[in-house]
Ligand binder design. Structure first.
Ligand code: XIL
Length: 380
């Protein structure tokens, strides 16, 4: 992966504050420049430049971007057939990243969510079946065409791809016969074959891209075991999986620093770089009970109004501090840390006030605390 400048000149950067004044403050990308790039998920208003305040925060604070939605199947490939692709948003996203000299991530190629229904249906709208060889061949052909077309279009420009997202089964009890999410249409039709094929085709389309397996709640012991079983199996078959993405949709009390440390220690044994891919900390009271990345469940669990209180935000700062201490402890293995959104107003868990910038885009106490951790650890 590209290395980032360690120069002391980027130690202090000019940061525009909302009042319009210019202040000298350390920035996230400068503070962690010896450790890992600091990324952020960006939305269409940001990468097309309409959200000017958002763009100012992105370019000041971050040196890597992920597309929050622009490269999901439903965005980039909404219809079947030769005219089925729509690259307007994705092209603008990649242009934005290049213009600002950022490390550009692609998210995501094979996922059960935000994928149009037609992908899993035949021409007559009948669901594809794993018991039917023609159905299997059709779904594999669609996946092949999608990956070759999308990865190929951005070859050499998108440096990291989430190839397969959230394929693992949930649940606190490990059972070695149920590793994958059984109800995923990918699994129902193709079994585990879609995973190895997706990685092989992505590698063929761009041999230099870093190919990532990405999932949530892998701190959970049972899910972590499933991850390790899956990745070891892929490694035995020489499937080109090159990094592990830990989404890290956290809350105020989960994962604890000890659990995060244990998870990173365990996952590192696979011998692959680890990326923190979707970091946020849900500060709502209801959000403390869920570890899910399900969109509707997260929206529900955030909606209790308490997240904005000074107390919840102080706990948020503590949780971010704890997590970054653990990330720094594992900095030789962690090659990227990405936040899932710029400000609380942009977040998919908006009501849980989970990010380092508030609804108006002002820095929160948690930002200062995270910067302090970088300094305390000897980062510039
Ligand atoms: C979320 C986006 O943030 C929302 O805007 C969208 O409506 C749903 O998806 N895991 C992932 C991300 O891998 O793609 C999801 O992003 C959050 C959970």
């Amino acid at each position: 992966m590209k290395s980032f400048p360690r120069s002391i000149t980027c130690l202090l950067a000019l940061t525009l504050v909302s009042s319009g004044q210019t202040q000298t403050q350390p920035t996230l990308k400068a503070a962690f420049s010896r450790d890992f790039p600091i990324g952020v998920a960006v939305n269409e208003r940001q990468f097309t430049g309409r959200d000017t305040h958002g763009v100012a925060i992105i370019t000041n604070q971050f040196n890597s971007i992920s597309p929050e939605n622009a490269l999901k199947w439903e965005s980039v490939h909404p219809r079947p057939g030769t005219n089925g692709y729509d690259f307007s948003a994705a092209d603008a996203y990649v242009d934005f990243g290049e213009k600002h000299h950022m490390l550009i991530v692609g998210h995501t190629l094979a996922w059960h969510s935000q994928t149009p229904r037609w992908v899993f249906e035949d021409e007559n709208g009948r669901p594809l079946r794993g018991t039917n060889a023609a159905d299997r061949a059709l779904l594999l052909e669609r996946l092949h065409d999608h990956i070759l077309t999308v990865v190929g279009r951005y070859k050499g420009r998108i440096k990291i791809w989430d190839v397969v997202n959230e394929a693992l089964s949930d649940g606190d009890t490990f059972n070695d016969r149920v590793i994958l999410r059984q109800w995923s249409p990918w699994v129902r039709v193709l079994g585990d074959e879609f995973i190895s094929k997706a990685f092989e085709w992505a590698h063929e389309a761009d041999p230099d891209a870093i190919l990532r397996y990405n999932d949530y709640s892998v701190e959970n012991e049972a899910k972590r075991k499933r991850l390790i079983v899956l990745i070891k199996k892929l490694q035995e078959k020489h499937v080109p999986v090159m990094a592990i993405g830990l989404q890290t949709h956290a809350n105020l009390t989960w994962p604890s620093p000890a659990l995060e440390d244990e998870a990173l220690t365990d996952i590192a044994k696979l011998g692959l770089p680890m990326h923190i891919t979707e970091l946020d900390v849900n500060a709502s009271a209801a959000g403390q009970r869920t570890q899910s990345a399900d969109v509707a469940e997260n929206a529900r669990a955030s909606r209790d109004g308490a997240a904005a209180s000074a107390e919840a935000q102080a706990q948020l700062a503590t949780q971010y501090t704890n997590l970054f201490k653990v990330f720094l402890k594992h900095r030789d293995k962690i090659k990227l840390v990405t936040f899932w959104g710029v400000t609380d107003a942009d977040s998919w868990r908006r009501d849980g006030r989970p990010l380092l910038f508030d609804l108006e885009g002002n820095p929160k106490p948690a930002l200062a605390d995270v910067l302090k951790i970088a300094q305390a650890s000897g980062s510039p």
